[in-house]
Design a protein around this ligand. Sequence first.
Ligand code: GAL
Length: 380
Amino acid sequence: MGWLSWERFRCNTDCKNDPDNCISDRLFRTMTDLVVSEGYAAVGYEYINIDDCWLEKDRSYSGQLVPDRLRFPYGLHDLSNYVHGKGLKFGIYEDYGNYTCAGYPGVLGYLETDADTFASWNVDYVKLDGCYSHPRDMDRGYPEFGFHLNRTGRPMVYSCSWPVYQIYSGMSPNYSSIVEHCNLWRNFDDIQDSWASLESIIDYYGNNQDNIVPNAGPGHWNDPDMLIIGNFGLSYEQSKTQMALWAILAAPLLMSVDLRTIRPEYKAILQNRKIIAVDQDPLGYQGRRIYKNNGIEIWARPITPVYQNYFSYAVAFLNRRTDGTPSDVAVTLRELGLSNPGGYSVEDLYEDVNYGVLTPLTKIKVKVNPSGEYIFKYKS
Ligand code: GAL
């Protein structure tokens, strides 16, 4: 969990005209401060991650990566110290190719040097993108860079874009190798600031769940990309939907939003402790879409506690319809696959309503708003 610059701040390098929003030392220090002072750290957001566009266009004389001298005047070791001083962790972006996606130097040809550089800056997280490289080389290249990261002896979370580039080029990713070498990986398109983008991601993870879901588990996660809650493109309902679905998907929770201006109701969604607890459930199972018909979807994820072999579940009822009135969804617990004869204690995770203990034959009936959802915890 943490904050990542890309979706909201992109490759804005114009610190002269836009000093508050450009990719710079100042932006990351500001977000670091706000993650702590606005209570995000207290609910689990921990990593402050730089994305693309932090580099000088040329390596140093001795071949080292150099952060942009004007925008990161104190260097990244200093910035990393600052982040650590606030009790948070520090992440960085690079690319397994000749260039990053935005055209800055990539790691190809410098794997050892760059892994050492990151360790010397006390980096805790590396996102390794895949532009300007051949997807066929990734089966060797991503593990090789991971090997060099491990060789430094500094634990660094390793975020890979390996499968998504291979899928785009028509290959089937070798997920068992990806699971072995990466801590998280992107499977699909970049998220953009729109409901259409969010829907396309939800569909991808639902339609491909048989291939994707089994790869998730503690220490290795599918990454449906950043949380865009609090930006321009999602309504309040749609923002609640992203948070609920990301929790069902056991997704990394990386916010990409301006924490200086986010409205309180969006902040409350990002800080919903009950939904975060679902996302971070220790079993680490990723949920599945168990029903889809007529614009209504039901998604379910097995979670703790497990009582006499019966899992608890987080269940989201999603309305993808566009007729402007809520849709009724009525379903028994048994129809959801919940069969503990002792029943389940049922709780609404947004509304703070507890329905008490319901038996498998009880019908739950909800009115789901257009592009909204309900998320319940069924505790075994
Ligand atoms: C994309 C990547 C994005 C972002 C961008 C930076 O390929 O998927 O998440 O990192 O490159 O240029």
